[in-house]
Ligand binder design. Structure first.
Ligand SMILES: [Zn+2]
Length: 342
């Protein structure tokens, strides 16, 4: 049986840049984008073209590079209230970015529509539909359903109505966001499954976008994949606002090496993951996390004498994978805990 390909959507350059202490220059962004394309990431979200000049420049410069199969995405909000989509500067900036994909974020939680946008529930649905319809004339549209899981819990009928509005306007992806990062894996699976069923009359695919506030962003992403999502959004090393996003390093490694029946990076090897992780830390001027799963310096470091003795005989005694599969290496540490084997 062929493995099911799960597409990887990287938002290091947009959501990742919201992380405390992270600031990418234009050149940093271009370097990261090129590196992500080299390892076979499917989608790269470059930024928010209305928000700053640097992001506008990024979209202008990145067009000059051949990124192979990787598609660049511009990110932006639905049109403003009481304005036509085509007259909205945000919509115009998205089109002017000239990307093959536009990721449109909209409110799916009734509370956010009325309290944050201060529009009626009907107008919010219209804002989503009209924005998606306008953008779909220029690019493929991914609809990012902000606060989808909280919105669904508060008002399931309305949350689904917002998705239907985007889908009937021509958006081809429904990306379900756990924006506040508070949802548990079983709930992610249940709600994703429900959304899929509720939109079964549309030709759309599902994505998942998780934040890590409950330290479950990776587990939640995998749960959504099991429920039928075929795109996972996240950042390299999980960098991002508050507690960060789903760490795509762990998402990719778990999907490709642990879970049965899934593939990522369309044939590219995972062996560049360790190098990619360190490249992003260095570019972001952040410290490596030694204990980071799969790619951290300590992920395959062995210190206790008994472990070292066993690992020298058979590596799988204390290693869940062969470290070289993700480009990492085993380290034997010398300490007062060492036995005769180290
Ligand atoms: Zn996010």
């Amino acid at each position: 049986m062929n493995a099911k390909q799960i597409l990887i959507y990287d938002t290091t350059l947009r959501d990742g840049s919201q992380g405390e202490g992270v600031s990418f220059s234009l050149q940093d962004k271009l370097n990261i984008a090129r590196r992500l394309a080299e390892i076979g990431i499917d989608f790269i979200e470059g930024g928010y073209p209305l928000s700053n000049e640097k992001d506008v420049a990024f979209f202008r410069e990145i067009r000059k590079h051949d990124l192979g199969h990787t598609k660049v995405c511009a990110f932006g909000m639905t049109r403003r209230k009481s304005m036509k989509a085509e007259d909205d500067p945000g919509m115009q900036a998205l089109v002017a970015a000239q990307t093959p994909i536009i990721t449109l974020v909209g409110k799916t939680w009734d509370y956010h529509a009325t309290e944050v946008l201060r529009v009626t529930l009907d107008e919010n649905v219209q804002m989503i539909g009209e924005s998606a319809a306008f953008l779909a004339k220029h690019a493929e549209v991914i609809y990012d359903a902000e606060h989808f899981f909280d919105g669904f819990t508060a008002n399931p009928k309305y949350a689904i109505e917002t998705l239907r509005s985007a889908a009937s306007a021509g958006a081809t992806w429904m990306s379900l966001c756990d924006t506040n990062g508070g949802t548990l894996p079983e709930r992610i699976a249940e709600v994703t499954d429900h959304a899929k069923q509720a939109l079964s009359d549309y030709d759309v695919q599902f994505g998942i976008h998780c934040h890590n506030d409950s330290e479950l962003a990776v587990a939640n992403s995998l749960a959504a994949v099991d429920a039928g999502a075929t795109q996972v959004q996240g950042t390299i090393n999980g960098i991002g606002e508050r507690c960060g996003n789903a760490d795509l390093i762990s998402v990719m490694a778990n999907l490709a090496l642990k879970k049965q029946g899934y593939a990522v990076l369309s044939g590219h090897s995972l062996q560049s993951l360790t190098e990619l992780s360190r490249f992003v830390y260095e570019t972001a001027n952040l410290q490596w996390r030694n204990g980071q799963p799969f790619v951290g310096q300590s992920a395959f470091a062995h210190k206790g004498g008994m472990h070292v003795h066993a690992i020298n005989k058979a590596s799988k005694t204390y290693e869940h994978i062969d470290p070289s599969l993700v480009g990492n290496e085993r380290r034997i540490l010398v300490s007062e805990l060492s036995g005769r084997s180290n």
